[in-house]
Design a protein around this ligand. Structure first.
Ligand SMILES: C[S@@+](CC[C@H](N)C(=O)[O-])C[C@H]1O[C@@H](n2cnc3c(N)ncnc32)[C@H](O)[C@@H]1O
Length: 334
């Protein structure tokens, strides 16, 4: 493309890897579905760079309210939908030319203490992207020590999972943990102080609880399968991930659906077969360049992977091969 493609700058959330995405899918045309509207950086860029229409989905009502400020500029070329991208094929009225999923939370969600996502500012321990279902406080105060340890370990890859779970249960026996900084302090008490340049000690534990509250891994796999159903042959599926578990799932999905995991040798050329639902557009993920890193710290762990839909019939993927962390079945009681 399109060095000249127009990329709107959209405070308060700076879109991540947007220029790389546009470069890879250019020339943009037809009907796209943006499964993670956020501040609308991707949706607007697609509309400004050739998409006839964009269906923009978010489970967070605040994202849709924010979009009301600029949605009028695009008339009926923009459709706003409140919902989870796990069902995204239900929101598409025609076969799609492209689907974008920019995973995780937006800066608006992270920076608003009242949403409860941040370990840096005090707020209610909520972490729900939508407005329904159990909050982070519900999980932290009601799950058993073992269930909490599983979440910290499997969803956050936190090595001190058991220690943190034990400390959480001990702390909540005195009074329920209802604030973000209360949980952050419990986690910090279990881990060494972060050295300069290291992430905050509560990063992994907060990620783990957020993933559990929002069923993020289930939504991700449902969304990848739904995109396979919704895309037309030649349509793009572009996914931006922010941590290793998400990226592993997306990488394995694309390998499986492109038939690459059936090859004997990884040096053998890819072969199209009946099972090939996607062709890989990116063999290795695209990360931020120095310029993006310098202007947007939140881009540092981002990875973009893109597949192109073939004409093979859509189907169900083998979920057991995606490296999804599987929690033992849980209740909500101590
Ligand atoms: C990283 S932000 C997207 C930012 C957006 N690309 C932009 O440029 O402004 C992620 C957004 O996706 C939403 N989201 C996360 N998981 C979702 C899901 N399963 N279904 C629908 N929306 C989801 C979040 O509420 C958040 O608004």
């Amino acid at each position: 493309m399109a060095a000249s493609a127009s990329v709107p700058s959209s405070e308060p959330h700076i879109p991540v890897l947007l220029r790389s995405l546009l470069d890879e899918v250019s020339p943009v045309s037809g009907v796209w579905l943006d499964g993670t509207l956020g501040a609308g950086g991707y949706s607007r860029a697609l509309l400004e760079n050739g998409a006839e229409r964009v269906i923009s989905v978010d489970r967070d009502p605040a994202a849709l309210e924010m979009a009301a400020d600029w949605a009028g500029n695009y008339g009926d070329r923009l459709q706003l939908v409140k919902g989870g991208f796990g069902n995204l094929d239900r929101f598409a009225d025609v076969p799609l030319d492209g689907v974008t999923l920019d995973l995780g939370v937006s800066s608006m969600q992270l920076d608003d203490p009242e949403r409860g996502f941040s370990f840096m500012a005090d707020g209610p321990l909520d972490m729900r992207m939508g407005s329904q279902g159990p909050t982070a406080a519900d999980l932290v105060n009601r799950l058993t020590e073992k269930e909490l340890a599983d979440i910290f370990f499997l969803y956050g890859e936190e090595r001190a999972a058991r220690r943190i779970a034990r400390a959480t249960v001990r702390r909540r026996a005195k009074s329920p943990i209802t604030r973000t900084l209360e949980l952050a302090s419990v986690v910090q008490g279990c881990l060494p102080r972060a050295k300069c340049g290291q992430s905050h000690p509560a990063t992994r534990a907060f990620q783990a609880i957020r993933v559990a509250v929002n069923n993020e891994y289930e939504q991700l796999v449902d969304g990848l399968e739904a995109a396979e159903r919704a895309l037309k042959p030649g349509g793009f599926l572009a996914v931006v991930t922010f941590h290793s578990i998400e990226d592993r799932v997306v990488k394995r999905f694309f390998r499986q659906r492109s038939g690459m995991d059936q090859r004997g040798s990884r040096h053998a050329p890819p072969q199209e077969s009946k099972a090939t639902r996607f062709r890989l557009k990116t063999y290795t993920p695209i990360g931020p360049d120095d310029r993006e890193l310098a202007t947007n710290r939140r881009s540092r762990s981002a990875k973009l992977r893109i597949g192109v839909r073939t004409c093979a019939e859509a189907g169900q993927c083998d979920r057991t091969a995606l490296g999804l962390p599987a929690l033992p079945r849980r209740g909500m009681g101590k």
